[in-house]
Design a binder for this molecule. Structure first.
Ligand SMILES: NC(=O)c1ccc[n+]([C@@H]2O[C@H](COP(=O)([O-])OP(=O)(O)OC[C@H]3O[C@@H](n4cnc5c(N)ncnc54)[C@H](O)[C@@H]3O)[C@@H](O)[C@H]2O)c1
Length: 437
């Protein structure tokens, strides 16, 4: 008998079930960081259908705050997700929101215990580990939704509707840009969690498995060939301006350096939005002057961007050829303002230009432009990924709660296929070759 729901184990829904549930779908959140907390907050918006019943989080203060927010007793709070393995399953769903390198171990073990999986991207850090997760989910008969939130935004839904309706005829090629943004890049990929391949993963996997997945989803064909180029050109010691010191708080250049942590995180204290989201992370959740000063003085986020231990690329391009001949080019770069992604789709009867919110359709025959405003903006994590976080979470809840597995559009097989393209692109870049899939 499950201690929380009072249900016998066989009453748990599985990935193949089509029976609606008469109680809330229950969630154990693994990692109460930025992503785990965001999904848990979305559960609060679905009372009666979704309920967080357990958390695993090593940071005591963070765990306590999470437990208070979701009304969890101490018996359902754990310092390590591995503690969930010693007991019968205590929730329907495990939200795997720990760091990338732990995804395989957690997802495989929890699928074996019969947890449905809401798994953060990237699926895992190697192709072999992605295969192992997919295999464990298939074997356990559990549902797996990868948090490819871009697939669920109102913008993407509209874009796919237009393409399927033939708004630009047959798609022939596509150009997609991910402007990561200079201070977002410095925060996450020079100073932060995803700065080193050996500790997390290559940038294309960590940041842009979303984009490769999204391009594959739009084109709807199998990728046949992949090429890629990219390197770390700027955030390295040789590029440091003269006089720069190891920490921004002691640096004489802090008023002129675009990447000064002192400027970015202090602005985050005063202003809301994405800078505040990053300040929250840098100062471990404490939005005070003293917490920021301490973080800048001793913590990883106070390091000079030219003297960190980062090794991931700061710009990269990927070329894709699909079966049937459609081609796509993808660029990611640190050197932009923080903006939405930009996309152009070239069809036999017209062109689509998209900025993450507006979709402009240019029709060759009538020479007219039609603009569709999908109303939600803000593609950053701090802004809920333009409605993607909420739409994905709701689709997952509805899929399992109402017995509609078809609502999960980022399931095992599509996610595995697009991750394979990312791994192929990295092989192409590192081996200076074109990879056939
Ligand atoms: N879908 C998206 O768009 C998106 C955006 C950002 C990050 N992510 C991914 O989400 C995952 C989490 O990222 P984040 O930004 O929330 O990071 P985070 O560092 O804010 O959160 C991770 C949490 O895991 C906790 N943790 C570490 N070891 C643990 C353990 N043994 N047991 C339980 N908890 C443990 C950490 O203390 C931390 O609170 C990563 O895989 C990341 O790549 C996805």
């Amino acid at each position: 008998m499950n201690p929380i729901t009072g249900c016998a184990p066989d009453q748990f829904i599985n990935g193949a079930s089509t029976a609606p549930m008469d109680r809330p779908l229950t969630f154990a959140v693994l990692g109460a960081g930025a992503r785990g907390s965001a999904y848990a907050d979305l559960a609060l918006k679905r009372p009666g259908q979704a309920e967080v019943v357990a958390v695993a989080e090593p940071r005591e203060k963070v765990r306590a705050a999470f437990a208070a927010r979701h009304g969890l007793g101490p018996e359902f709070c754990f310092a390590d997700w591995r503690q969930l393995l010693d007991r019968p399953r205590i929730a329907d769903v495990a939200v795997v929101a720990v760091q990338d390198a732990e995804h395989r171990e957690a997802a495989v073990a929890l699928a074996e215990l019969g947890y449905q999986l809401l798994l953060e991207k990237p699926m895992a850090t190697t192709e072999e580990d992605c295969d192992a997760i997919a295999e464990a989910a298939r074997r356990g008969g559990v549902a797996l939704a990868l948090c490819h939130v871009m697939r669920y935004t109102p913008y993407t839904v509209k874009l796919k509707e237009l393409l399927q309706a033939g708004a630009v005829g047959d798609v022939v090629s596509l150009e997609h840009l991910e402007p990561i943004g200079y201070y977002h890049f410095a925060h996450s990929f020079v100073r932060g969690n995803w700065r080193r391949e050996d500790e997390s993963s290559p940038l294309l996997l960590a940041k842009s498995c979303h984009d490769i997945d999204w391009i594959c989803d739009l084109v709807g064909q199998r990728v046949s060939r992949v090429s890629s180029f990219g390197s770390l050109t700027h955030f390295r010691a040789e590029a440091a301006p003269e006089g720069a010191t190891d920490r921004c708080v002691t640096c004489p250049l802090q008023d002129t350096c675009a990447y000064s942590a002192a400027t970015v995180y202090r602005e985050g204290l005063r202003k809301g939005g994405t800078k505040q989201y990053f300040t929250h992370i840098a100062a471990a959740g404490e939005l005070t002057e003293s917490a920021v000063t301490a973080a800048l003085t001793d913590g990883p986020y106070g390091r000079c961007v030219y003297r960190s231990d980062n090794d991931v690329v700061d710009h990269q391009v990927v070329g894709l050829e699909f079966e049937g001949g459609v081609t796509a080019s993808f660029t990611l770069t640190a050197f932009t303002p923080l903006e939405n992604r930009h996309t152009k789709i070239f069809g036999t009867r017209g062109q689509i230009t998209g900025d993450g919110r507006h979709i402009e359709v240019y029709d060759f025959r009538s020479e007219t432009r039609t603009i569709h405003d999908t109303s939600l903006d803000g593609s950053a994590a701090a802004e809920g990924h333009a409605g993607g976080d909420e739409a994905m979470f709701n689709a997952f809840v509805d899929a399992l709660h109402s017995g509609r597995p078809d609502l999960i559009v980022s399931g095992i097989e599509t996610s595995l296929a697009s991750h394979r393209v990312v791994f192929a692109a990295e092989r192409a870049r590192k081996n200076r070759t074109v990879v056939e899939l």
